[in-house]
Structures are given as C-alpha cells and as structure tokens.
Ligand binder design. Sequence first.
Ligand code: KIV
Length: 258
Amino acid sequence: MNERITPADIVAMKRRGEKIPSLTAYDYPTTKLLDEAGVPLILVGDSLGMVVLGYPDTTHVTMDEMVHHVRAAARAKPRALLAADLPFESYAAPEIALANARRLIAAGADAVKAEGGRSIAAQVKAITSAGIPFFGHLGMLPQHVLEEGGYRVKGRSEDQRQALLADAHALEEAGAFAIVLELVTPPVAVEVSKAIGIPTIGIGSGPDCDGQILVTPDLVGGFPWFTPKFAKPRAAIGAEIKRAVGEWMTSVTGTAGG
Ligand code: KIV
C-alpha cells in the first residue's frame, strides 16, 4: 500500500488501537530516512530553532525559516503525513493564522500545528474551515517559555487537569485530527486520551498516549549538548560524526587528532 497517509488514517489508527509513532524532520535526507523507516507522521517542528538553527528557544523561529525547511522536507515526497509548525506569533488572529497556514501548505506541508486550546479555537476553526488539516499541541507549550519562565510539567493541579480536558475538547470540536501532549502528567494524559476521539501524541507524557513523538536529534544523539530527561537516545550520531572526521583527518595528515 503506497498511498499517502491522511489525517483520517491517523485517526483510524487510534480507533484500531494501533500506536502512532511520530518524529520531527527539518530537511530532505532526514524526511526520506524517516519515511523509508515507515514513520507515518512527520513534523517539521519549530524545535528547528534549537536543534538546527542554534537559537536558545523556539520563539525566534520565523515563518520564512519554517517555509524554507518545509520545502526541503517536502522534496522527499514522503508517504507519511507531513505536518509543520506555525511559529511564534504567526497565528495571533484567525485571518493571520489562515494566511500563514496557507503558506506552509503551499511549501509542501499536508497539515499545520499550533500551540494552545480554547485560546486559539477561532484560529483553528478558520484553518480547518478552509480545508487545512490541523494538529493541536497542549500541555507544556514551548512558545510560551519566556512568559512562563521555564518548561513546566502540566496536569499537576486540578485546575490544570480541567483546563487540559477543556482545551482537548475545544480542539477536537474545532476540527483538529490529533493533539500533541507535551510534558503532561501520565494519569492526566491517559484521561485526556480517553476523553477524545482523536489521537493524542505524547512527548514526556508517559507511555499511554495514542502515539509518541520525539525530536529526532534527541532519539539519535544528533544534538549531544542537551537531551531532555524523557528521551533515551538509541544512537550516537554526534559521536559517530566526530569519530569519522577524526579518522579521516588522520588519513589526511598522517597524525592522530585531539
Ligand atoms: O517543535 C517540535 O518539534 C514539537 C514537538 C516536540 C512535538 O512541537
């Protein structure tokens, strides 16, 4: 079966009780490799800002940068559903959100993602009413890091639990096909997953969401200077690059490097 994966296919995986593995990619080769490995949902995340562009957080990522990387990822023509993040301040109002969502789709994305629940329901409705698939993001919202003064786990208090449930229902009602749950306490992540018909894709939210997503460099050791606590690298790409470069330098210079 070689047809492209659609948002309906991702929702159907939840209905069948199949877990949904998802990873980020920011370029042509990574998208192609993830697709060849069979990953059904690939995200050009604004984590791009940190793991590729060297910014301290995602609030520096621009629409132009997202468009550039979505184009590169889309050139891999993946079978996977290719989603892309709307960056910081690119969805402040419904008409701006729709215009920027259209730019990401024109660059080759199949769906767009943005952070927030009830507070962005009008933007989500504008996007889904225009026929653009929408991927939600609740829990710890990295684009709010400056305002919140850090990356904090969500769902610890009763207020946060109720807010997460209300936000998840609002996103489903606005037409989202799936929701990332980032750094949500595992029992609340399970509760949200059971409360809605669309899949939850967890990151640092326990093993029982409908799917899991990781920032690919965290999985393969491609950004060795920082790895979040919940990510267990399964390769050491950074160390392998240094080893290969060292070996090659020795072959060129005839002396062992440092
Ligand atoms: O930007 C990103 O990579 C993300 C994932 C961590 C879900 O939003």
